[in-house]
Design a protein. Structure first.
Length: 202
């Protein structure tokens, strides 16, 4: 997409496990309801299903790709779109943020944010935090780099730290992905009730 590698059969498992496992490992055994933004291949949902969630709600605007992935990428996604607890909306992340539903875990697997999109991307992350239940977790892909986080990735983490304060647990981390020719960079956020009061104004 846009001239960059988004996923490769060779190592997509490394990427999707790095996105999902740290966050869900921080939750109790019953992980509850999960929201996925992006993740069109169905592989984020595949990893989440291993933890037996109550429900998975996914938003990805690319209806044609989702329709193809449902059957054409079964060897990648292990038939995740066929699972009855997975509900897919072929709409943008903005639509998801206007839905009143709350979640125990949210995964953001969209695109490589750059200078032109970082404001929108951060607004999505803030909106996601507001949709978490107390004790909930968020994990987001924030770009890739041959040598660690990009300036945009660092900017995203700093904005989260400034907005959410000391009561939120914010952890940037990265994982080497061969097909990216470098490291995929992520950010993990765990929130408390006091943080939710800040971002929701309640």
């Amino acid at each position: 997409m846009d001239g960059t590698v988004q996923s490769s059969q060779m190592d997509e498992g490394l990427y999707h496990e790095a996105l999902v496992i740290p966050a869900l490992s921080a939750l109790p055994e019953n992980i509850g309801d999960v929201l996925i933004l992006g993740g069109g291949e169905g592989c984020v949902a595949r990893e989440v299903l291993k933890y037996r969630p109550t429900s998975i709600t996914q938003y990805d605007y690319d209806e044609e790709f989702i329709r193809w992935a449902r059957h054409g990428l079964v060897h990648w996604n292990a038939g995740s779109y066929m699972n009855e607890c997975v509900k897919v909306h072929t709409e943008s992340a903005d639509v998801a943020l206007h839905d009143p539903a709350k979640y125990n875990a949210i995964f953001v697997d969209l695109f490589d944010p750059d200078v032109s999109s970082v404001d929108w991307f951060c607004n999505v992350l803030f909106g996601c935090v507001a949709k978490l239940r107390a004790g909930g977790v968020l994990a987001a892909y924030i770009g890739d780099s041959p040598r660690g986080p990009t300036d945009v990735g660092v900017d995203i983490v700093l904005r989260l730290e400034k907005a959410l304060g000391d009561d939120a647990h914010i952890l940037p981390y990265r994982f080497y992905i061969p097909s990216f020719y470098g490291e995929a960079c992520f950010v993990f956020v765990s929130v408390t009730g006091s943080v939710l009061a800040i971002v929701t104004g309640k």
